[in-house]
Design a protein around this ligand. Structure first.
Ligand code: SAM
Length: 398
């Protein structure tokens, strides 16, 4: 990827994001350039800003661009980025000509158009869902289920960098749950500091198990084992299962750097596993509708049938998790999604078929969006939106 300056890099990344995940692309690209932190932060601001406000930017540009889909993608993204800077109040003299220059090299004949459009931008009323840059079908469902879309404003705000402390740390500002902190300053070798970047809402899913020193924990759909690191740092004996060996290999390396012991097993969890424990977490794959801040591109890729499709998989995974839970034990089901299907829907259908499990109340220190059998956390103040269900296996013969 050839990138001479922050604007050129932002454009190159947005062209690539159309086919991949933004977070990894950005991390990899910024690792490769030896730029001052200020320039790296500017690239991040442009890329996330454009993706978080994509529908609104297109809406603002629409009166001046009769057929935007006919433009080369690079020109379209340059216009969106110019519109983003207009929206955020950057004055014309600092905003227009850099984007004109950014397209001039490859599309000299379109430079005049970019100049004219960016100078003509004007405020324009936008429907709520366009202003929030969300798909219409999801807005409709969210209004129906949560009563309003106010919570979704949080998806478009920048978030602090939250870290989980895996050993005692000093001098960091505490986050909203125990052992969570806000890390100020550039990204660094977190493992060397005994830290793990992690959203507090994700950490809280691990804390709901209340794993004790020496206790066995099954981390189902554990990925690289971020939650496993937390229990291991508390002295629990953790076995982390996932389908993806690459993620687990990355996790193994991090666990080693952190000096933590986690056992990894690679398996498809729609099939039963050969062991049981009193503490089981299923952190199930999901639509990620609670993580639109960190993964803004996801909102444009989701289809209306995705929540129901994921819920079907989640129900199957929950069957495995239920069989792996010992009598008297706790099973926590968590997803970083805010849909009815993947949260309360899964909980209802699971409990209907499993009288041996009882939902337990959750004392949630995070802002609650809706409560039922489980709890939905609001994506406010940099939190990811999550759904948690805490279950107790009361009688395996029921
Ligand atoms: C929400 S992510 C887990 C995140 C992880 N627990 C963490 O804290 O970082 C869901 C995980 O489910 C895994 N997965 C998806 N389908 C699976 C299946 N059928 N069996 C086992 N793991 C699966 C994915 O590989 C992914 O790592």
């Amino acid at each position: 990827m050839r990138a001479l300056d922050p604007r050129a890099l932002a454009l190159a990344l947005l062209l690539e994001v159309e086919g991949g995940g933004v977070q990894q692309l950005l991390d990899r690209a910024l690792d490769r350039v030896a730029w001052p932190e200020r320039d790296k932060a500017y690239v991040t601001h442009l890329v996330y800003g454009a993706l978080r406000r994509l529908r609104l930017l297109d809406h603002l540009l629409a009166p001046h661009l009769p057929r935007p889909e006919k433009l080369p993608p690079l020109v379209r993204w340059a216009l969106r980025l110019g519109a983003l800077e207009w929206l955020l109040g950057k004055p014309d003299h600092a905003r227009v000509s850099p984007w004109v220059e950014a397209v001039k090299g490859r599309y000299p004949r379109l430079a005049g158009l970019v100049n004219a459009v960016l100078r003509r931008l004007a405020p324009r009323e936008a429907p709520e869902c366009v202003r929030l840059s969300l798909p219409d079908w999801l807005c409709e469902r969210w209004r129906g289920f949560f009563g309003s879309l106010d919570f979704a404003e949080g998806f478009n705000e920048p978030a602090p960098l939250f870290v989980t402390a895996l050993r005692k740390v000093e001098g960091l500002r505490p986050g909203p749950v125990p052992d969570s902190f806000v890390f100020e300053g550039p990204k660094t070798d977190f493992s060397a500091l005994g830290l793990q970047p992690q959203n507090p809402a994700s950490l809280f899913a691990a804390q709901l198990l209340e794993a004790q020193r020496g206790e066995k924990v099954l981390d189902l759909c554990g990925g690289a084992g971020l939650k496993a690191f937390y229990w291991a740092s508390q002295g629990a004996e953790v076995v982390s299962y996932d389908l993806n060996p690459k993620r687990q290999e990355a996790g193994r390396r991090t666990a080693e750097k952190l000096g933590l012991k986690v056992a990894y097993r690679t398996q498809d969890l729609t099939l039963p596993i050969p062991e049981r424990a009193k503490k089981v977490l299923l952190d199930a794959p999901c639509t990620g509708t609670g993580t639109f801040r960190a993964h803004p591109e996801r909102r444009y890729r989701l289809a209306p049938e995705d929540p129901a499709r994921m819920a079907e998989l989640q129900r199957r995974l929950l069957e495995t998790a239920a069989s792996a839970t010992e009598e008297g034990g706790v099973l926590v089901y968590a997803v970083c999604s805010l849909t009815e299907e993947e949260g309360e829907g899964v909980a209802r259908s699971f409990l209907a078929g499993h009288p041996e499990f009882r939902p337990e109340p959750i004392a949630c220190p995070l802002p609650v969006l809706r409560e039922g059998l489980g709890v939905y956390v609001a994506p406010e103040g940099g939190l990811d939106g999550f759904y948690y269900l805490r279950l107790r296996k009361v009688d395996s013969r029921a």
